[in-house]
Design a protein around this ligand. Structure first.
Ligand SMILES: Cc1cc2nc3c(=O)[nH]c(=O)nc-3n(C[C@H](O)[C@H](O)[C@H](O)COP(=O)(O)OP(=O)(O)OC[C@H]3O[C@@H](n4cnc5c(N)ncnc54)[C@H](O)[C@@H]3O)c2cc1C
Length: 399
């Protein structure tokens, strides 16, 4: 059974936070856009620390006002060496007021952002939603043909592949990907606590990875606890009382008594780097384009920059009468994303390796680096600004 559902400038495949944002940004940029994404409740309790430009983008897309009341500002970030090693880094504290900002960004449950994105997506007349899955994606010279699980046929001049880690779009475009499993898992859960967090996020760096307590509204935090897979399996199997106690110990009781809330999830960590960000009328967005461990809250922030860039590049291309899927347009997207994604993936990888390493010269280098950042004001301010977004990134109009 085949049901022809039309030709579009762009078809976005995948309705996670990156795909929904890309679809809204593209439709708002004037592209006739289709989104192929199952309507399903968001499946886990991850939160995202949305940094600097991500909030600006969600504001420009008329999304932020719909979820802002569920977000907590992040005004202080503390890095604490909890490795117990002989060579330890001093504590580093970053304050947003040091770089003239009220907050570095806002921490919010992905569920809340998704609900706001879904609401906005439903309002746009240039955006057609298919509650479906792409089954086949076939790039040709002048268009891409897409077949869905429900038997619909669509065609597009450009496909935005936002279909996550096992990306069908990436495979269809013939883009190879390098993957490295990290032998670490992240356990996520939320806690309520007896002492206020004062809008400070604290990262305890252990020899198995960081465990991070990130503010949510009220006396609540989200916890991302990175550990060796066997330790993460042990933690997720604990009773509520046992996990509350373990998290309180891990946080050195800085938040007082902790009580875990219902819902825990485990994520095996990996780094994935595709060889290209766009090829054969397919542009990759979100985790289809980059997977990094949750260090420095970069993953979705990069995914939102992918969405902003593809929308801005398509808008410019169409305004000058170009085909949005033409090789020179894809090349512009590839070069817009390459330096940002490569530099961040490299920095996250080095930060993670230096934490796990038993090699003491590397441990010393890490301690000295953090000491310099912690004690030299201008260096600290550069680190803070770069952590929010690449300083060399051009400003792009998304709406
Ligand atoms: C523990 C943890 C903590 C994190 N914390 C942060 C943080 O603080 N800040 C930050 O910026 N990032 C963070 N990240 C990263 C962030 O969560 C991810 O980058 C983000 O969720 C990826 O979104 P996405 O839309 O690219 O992918 P996904 O959410 O995986 O969405 C892909 C979607 O595509 C759909 N799909 C797949 N195939 C098809 C198909 N054939 N047809 C149609 N649909 C399809 C899937 O069903 C899915 O809905 C964290 C990650 C982890 C693991």
């Amino acid at each position: 059974m085949s049901d022809v559902s039309g030709t579009h400038d762009v078809v976005v495949i995948g309705g996670g936070p990156a795909g929904l944002t890309a679809a809204i940004a593209l439709a708002q940029a004037g592209a006739n856009t289709a989104l192929i994404a199952r309507r399903a409740p968001y499946a886990d309790n991850r939160t995202t620390a949305l940094l600097g430009g991500s909030v600006d983008l969600l504001q420009a897309l008329d999304v932020w006002r719909r979820c802002a009341d569920q977000a907590a500002p992040l005004q202080t970030m503390r890095l604490v060496d909890d490795t117990g090693r002989l060579i330890r880094a001093p504590e580093v504290r970053f304050s947003s007021d040091e770089i003239g900002l009220d907050a570095f960004g806002y921490n919010i449950e992905n569920r809340a952002v998704m609900a706001a994105l879904e609401q906005r997506a439903a309002e746009l007349s240039d955006l057609t939603r298919f509650d479906d899955e792409a089954d086949t994606v076939a790039p040709y010279d002048t268009m891409v043909a897409i077949g869905t699980a429900h038997g619909k046929s669509l065609s597009a001049r450009l496909v935005a592949g936002a279909d996550g880690r096992q990306s069908l779009c990436r495979e269809a475009a013939g883009i190879a990907v390098k993957r490295r499993d990290l032998n670490q898992s992240a356990l996520t859960f939320n806690v309520s606590h007896s002492r206020p967090h004062r809008n400070a996020s604290t990262e305890f760096h252990t020899a198995q990875g960081p465990s991070v307590f990130v503010p949510l509204p009220g006396n609540r935090c989200s916890v991302v606890w990175v550990a060796a897979p066997s330790e993460a399996e042990r933690l997720i199997a604990l009773s509520d009382d046992e996990l509350s106690e373990a998290a309180e110990r891990q946080s050195h009781s800085i938040l007082g008594r902790l009580k875990v809330e219902p819902g825990r999830h485990l994520f095996p960590l990996a780094i994935e780097r595709p060889q290209q960000f766009a090829k054969a009328r397919v542009a990759l967005v979100g985790e289809a384009a980059h997977v990094v461990p949750p260090i420095g809250a970069q993953g979705l922030n990069m995914g939102l920059r992918d969405a902003a860039d593809i929308a801005a590049i398509v808008r410019q291309a169409m305004a000058s009468g170009e085909d949005p899927g033409a090789p020179q347009v894809l090349k512009r997207y590839d070069s817009a994303r390459r330096a940002d994604v490569a530099s961040r993936t490299f920095a996250i990888d080095i930060a993670n390796r230096s934490l796990l390493s038993d090699f003491w010269p590397l441990q010393s280098l890490r301690a000295v680096g953090l000491h310099l950042i912690g004690s030299i004001g201008p260096l600290r301010r550069i680190a803070m600004r770069e952590g929010l977004a690449p300083s060399w990134r051009p400003t792009r109009r998304v709406s």
